[in-house]
Write a protein that binds this ligand. Structure first.
Ligand SMILES: Nc1ncnc2c1ncn2[C@@H]1O[C@@H]2COP(=O)(O)O[C@H]2[C@H]1O
Length: 303
């Protein structure tokens, strides 16, 4: 290819592709005017990683690391860019100290890793919306149970489900455990994460969390949920307290029961009777385990 030592000025109209993800990289670009979107594909979803404006440089990663283009560059409006040939860039880089070259190589590697993380996180279904859809699905399950039991006013034969018919519309009441287990299976959430999602929905008045008969229940009106969810969640960005960090590790109820040498049911009783704080299951694993060591005699006495 033709390699020049002076940058060439090139213009792109809005939405024109400058290069595609996966291509080999022969040029580095600097934006003289306009803006460029950096878009990466994850499965069938395209994620915009950045919108770059005047003075920003892009296309350096493939050129400096000899890997393929990590993302597609698309002009966001009429855009002018300087194109610099790979040979020219490599010549400039070769004049740097080895330490600087190593720093650049490691930064490129870090951006690639962070991009992977961002893509994985940003293409996960919105947990609040997904949870609402799952509650709707569980409602049909609840209705089926109810039909099977021919009992329209009380439990539907299954310990996990309870139907209550209200005056205005149906209220569905599911055990928190059933909902949390389903969220774990479908969305891959931990017990602590699913509880955070449910607590957020309760905070937004979309569901209620009730404690009765030593159990936690999720109560909601499917019709109201359908009507209210979209407007209420439109601008809600939900973050788990512990999304990316691996430092915090939460204990789930079963594990806590195991650590205490008791069973989950007894633990629920202890929580309901106020012997153990409900927050215990949302605490850092190390804190809970330390507390258990210190308090185990007290807990056993109270049990
Ligand atoms: N997270 C990001 N933020 C901003 N720019 C990025 C990001 N990831 C990749 N790029 C740029 O997008 C370019 C895509 O092609 P390259 O991999 O050659 O070089 C990449 C970087 O210049």
């Amino acid at each position: 290819m033709n390699e020049k030592s002076t940058p060439t000025l090139k213009s792109f109209r809005a939405d024109e592709i400058i290069f595609n993800e996966g291509d080999a990289g022969y040029k580095v670009y600097i934006i003289k005017q306009g803006s460029v979107n950096i878009v990466a594909q994850h499965g069938d979803q395209a994620v915009t990683l950045a919108q770059l404006t005047e003075g920003a440089c892009f296309g350096e990663m493939a050129v400096l690391s000899s890997g393929p283009r990590s993302a597609t560059a698309v002009s966001a409006d009429n855009t002018l860019v300087y194109e610099i040939d790979k040979a020219q860039v490599l010549k400039m880089i070769s004049e740097l100290s080895p330490l600087f070259r190593a720093v650049i190589a490691s930064l490129i590697k870090r951006v690639r890793n962070l991009n992977t993380l961002v893509l994985e996180k940003s293409t996960q279904p919105h947990p609040l919306m997904a949870t609402i859809e799952i509650l709707q699905i569980l409602k049909y399950h609840a209705n089926r149970e109810e039909d099977n039991s021919h009992n329209t006013t009380s439990r539907g034969g299954n310990m996990d489900i309870e139907i209550e018919i209200g005056e205005a519309d149906d209220l569905v009441k599911l055990t928190s455990q059933l909902v949390q287990n389903t969220l774990a299976k479908i969305l891959g959430l931990t017990q602590a994460e699913s509880l955070q999602v449910l607590e957020k929905l309760a905070f937004l008045n979309l569901i209620e969390i009730e404690v009765a008969h030593l159990q936690k229940f999720i109560v909601f009106s499917p019709a109201k949920l359908l009507k209210d969810a979209k407007p209420k969640l439109k601008n809600e960005i939900f973050k788990y307290e512990n999304t990316i960090s691996t430092e915090l590790e939460y204990l789930d109820l079963a594990e806590l029961a195991n650590q205490l040498g008791t069973d989950s049911q007894r633990l629920i009783e202890s929580i309901a009777l106020g012997y153990i704080s409900e927050d215990a299951i949302l605490l850092k694993r190390s804190v809970v385990l330390d507390d258990i060591k210190k308090e185990s005699r007290v807990l056993q006495r109270k049990r």
